[in-house]
Ligand binder design. Structure first.
Ligand SMILES: [Zn+2]
Length: 282
């Protein structure tokens, strides 16, 4: 991906220098939880229940922008800036104004409006403060432990989280939350899969428009995203961690489903192609 020298977003907050628990959570815990499959966008709904009970925590003060020579942060800022451009255009088309989310870079643990956020959850989106939380070490895990290499694999992760923000703006998260209130655990899991696959599809929609306007993808980039989607499917993760696959416990969809929905967004560039909530066949 030829990402250098493009606009960087001013919506990135760098909390890596601020300690909440810092590394206190223990890298062992982080790895166990990551590999345990809480990975990659604990969905916003699960997120709320996971974090509930975090108790009263002080809001952290405003965080500075990342230092300009930080290459990883620059990459995140550049991809985020492009999601702002693409989604502002698409939302205008839908008759709404796009309110850009902020991205918070943190280490170990941090305070969110949804409660205490931890790196062990993988990157996640909190609808209550419209922020995406990323511990950049996750990208090492993605590459070294999950076999998802390449910068566009990371761009896919970021745009998937932005997809959750779009779901929030469109009122989809609220709608699903209401359904979830009266659902059994199995139904709740299946709703979660639909929400996650839709975020994958929205990531694909972004990639379509991003490439159309910037032409910055290189040979192999799309394969990096597809490979990442396959590697972080519930089936691949469960096979890696527990040796067996239990479909009723899926919350994000199989690798093949994630690849399928990302591709659907990518090929069409159309939001209406991402209706995972009403389709019979995922
Ligand atoms: Zn997600």
């Amino acid at each position: 991906m030829k990402w250098e020298r493009h606009r960087q977003s001013s919506n990135v907050e760098d909390r890596r220098g601020q300690g909440l628990a810092g590394r206190g959570i223990g890298i062992g815990t982080v790895i166990v939880a990551l590999i345990g499959g809480l990975l990659f966008g604990v969905d916003p709904l699960t997120m709320l229940s996971l974090l509930a009970g975090g108790g009263a925590i002080q809001e952290q003060g405003p965080a500075p922008a990342p230092p300009p020579d930080d290459r990883h942060a620059a990459f995140v800022s550049t991809v985020l800036a492009d999601t702002e451009d693409v989604w502002a255009g698409l939302m205008q088309h839908e008759g709404t104004v796009y309110r850009a989310p902020k991205v918070v870079l943190f280490r170990g643990a941090t305070v969110t409006a949804c409660g205490r956020g931890s790196a062990a959850m993988g990157p996640f989106y909190c609808p209550d403060d419209e922020r995406i939380y990323i511990d950049l070490d996750f990208f090492d895990t993605l590459e070294n432990r999950l076999g998802a290499t390449g910068d566009f694999a990371q761009a896919y992760v970021i745009s998937h989280e932005v997809g959750h923000h779009v779901q929030n703006l469109l009122g989809i998260s609220d709608r699903v939350n209401r359904l979830r209130g009266r659902a059994s655990q199995a139904e709740a899991n299946s709703l979660s899969v639909r929400v996650e696959l839709q975020a994958d599809c929205l990531a694909g929609v972004w990639a379509f428009h991003s490439q159309k306007s910037k032409g910055w993808l290189e040979q192999g980039d799309i394969d990096e995203a597809l490979n990442a989607a396959a590697q972080i499917g519930d089936d691949s993760l469960q096979r890696k961690t527990q040796g067996t696959v239990v479909p009723e416990t899926f919350t994000h969809g199989t690798g093949a489903q994630r690849v399928g929905w990302f591709t659907r967004g990518l090929k069409s560039g159309k939001l209406m192609r991402c209706n995972t909530l009403e389709t019979g066949q995922l």
